[in-house]
Design a protein around this ligand. Structure first.
Ligand code: MG
Length: 160
């Protein structure tokens, strides 16, 4: 068994789509980033990479590399899940917390789990929590969204 933690944050700006967990969510602002800026996907990806002990998301998908510009983050996560399988690991559990002042995200949780499962992680082993920052700090002012995620990996076929 291996555990990994992931954290990510992105700035909210006008004129960008808000993509979270592979789902396009109606919002006046979207997240700024080199890829689609899917902050949930990035935190989960970093948690999986951390559990494998293979560095971080920037090492695998540098934002200086034009091939990742506007890339689908679900696709990036799938590449990491494929690497975990090649290394003999499968995802046992993902837990995550999205911290966003708005929009209200709870109606989209099941859609996010379904979209994330396109990466190869079964939706039944993904948990997504949503909360606000009670109006405090950059999240509270609506300047950005942050996500924490943890991943538990087990050897393929290993019982827990
Ligand atoms: Mg990111």
């Amino acid at each position: 068994m291996r555990v990994g933690i992931g954290y990510d944050s992105h700035r909210l700006i006008e004129g960008r789509d808000l993509i979270l967990g592979g789902v396009r969510i109606p919002s006046e602002k979207g997240l700024l980033g080199h890829s689609d800026a899917d902050v949930l996907c990035h935190a989960i990806t970093d948690a999986v990479i951390g559990a494998m002990g293979l560095g971080d998301i920037g090492r695998h998908f540098p934002d200086t590399d034009p091939q990742w510009k506007d890339a689908s983050s679900i696709h990036l996560l799938k590449r990491i899940i494929d690497i975990s399988r090649m290394n003999g690991y499968e995802v046992c559990w993902i837990d995550s917390s999205i911290i966003a002042e708005q929009p209200k995200l709870s109606p989209y949780i099941e859609d996010m789990k379904t979209a994330l499962s396109e990466s190869g992680i079964p939706s039944g082993v993904i948990n997504i929590k949503v909360k606000t920052n009670e109006g405090m700090g950059f999240i509270g002012r609506g300047e950005g969204i942050a996500v924490y995620a943890v991943c538990l990996l087990k050897r393929i076929g290993q019982s827990i």
